[in-house]
Design a protein around this ligand. Structure first.
Ligand code: FNR
Length: 184
C-alpha cells in the first residue's frame, strides 16, 4: 500500500532552502510514501467572516489535507516562530469550526535554517499548534537541519552522506508512525 503524504513548505520564497529540502525528501522517501505538495501561497489572510463562504483556494487546501493520509510540514524559522503564511494556512485548514481538516491526521515536522539551533524553536511552536489541531504529531526523531551552501542541490540531491542517511531515517520513522496511527 502507498500512503499519500501531503507536504506544506512554510516558505513562499522562490529560493527557499526548505523547498530544496522538501525536494530532497520526495527523492529519499521510502517506496510506500508518496509526497505531494499542498500549496499555501495563494491563500488570502484568514478571518472568520469567510466561514460562511470559504473561497475556492481554501476549500482546495482543506480537501488536499483531508485526502492525504498524513501531513509533513517543512518550515523555516522567522523571528523564533513559524512564518505568518504557514500559520495562516493552518488557521484556514482548522476552520470553519467543527470541520478541522487536521483532526486525527498523522503529522511530522522538519525544517532548515543556517543557524546552529536551526528551526528548533519554530518547530516546538508548530508541534504545539498541530497538537492543538488534534493531529497525531511524530515526537522522535526531531529534524533540525542546519543548512550550508551546497548541502542540497537545486535538484534535491543531498551532497552530505550523513544528512542523507538522517533524512532517510526520519522518513522511515514517519512511515512507521503513519502506519501505527492508521492501524495498518
Ligand atoms: C529569518 N531567519 C531566521 N533563522 C533562524 O534560524 N531563526 C530565526 O528566528 C530567523 N528569523 C528570520 C526572520 C525572517 C523574517 C527571515 C526572512 C529570515 C533566517 C532564515 O533561516 C533564512 O532566511 C532561511 O533561508 C529561510 O528559509 P527559506 O525561506 O529559505 O526556506
Amino acid at each position: 500500500m502507498t500512503y499519500r503524504v501531503g507536504y506544506i513548505v512554510g516558505s513562499l520564497s522562490q529560493r527557499s532552502i526548505n523547498r530544496k529540502l522538501a525536494k530532497a525528501l520526495t527523492k529519499i522517501a521510502p517506496h510506500d510514501l508518496e509526497l505531494v505538495e499542498i500549496p499555501i501561497g495563494d491563500l488570502p489572510l484568514y478571518n472568520h467572516d469567510f466561514d460562511a463562504d470559504y473561497p475556492e483556494v481554501a476549500k482546495q487546501l482543506k480537501q488536499d489535507i483531508e485526502t492525504s493520509d498524513a501531513i509533513l510540514v517543512d518550515t523555516p524559522e522567522y523571528n523564533r516562530s513559524i512564518p505568518g503564511a504557514l500559520k495562516n494556512a493552518i488557521d484556514w485548514a482548522s476552520r470553519p469550526w467543527g470541520t478541522n481538516s487536521f483532526n486525527g491526521k498523522p503529522a511530522a515536522v522538519i525544517g532548515a535554517s543556517g543557524g546552529s539551533i536551526s528551526t528548533a524553536v519554530a518547530q516546538q511552536q508548530l508541534k504545539s499548534i498541530l497538537l492543538f489541531s488534534n493531529a497525531a504529531v511524530l515526537g522522535q526523531p526531531e529534524a533540525y537541519i542546519q543548512f550550508a551552501e551546497g548541502l542540497i542541490t537545486d535538484d534535491g540531491e543531498v551532497i552530505n552522506e550523513t544528512t542523507a542517511e538522517f533524512l532517510a531515517l526520519f522518513l522511515n520513522a514517519f512511515a512507521t508512525h503513519i502506519k501505527r496511527n492508521l492501524g495498518s
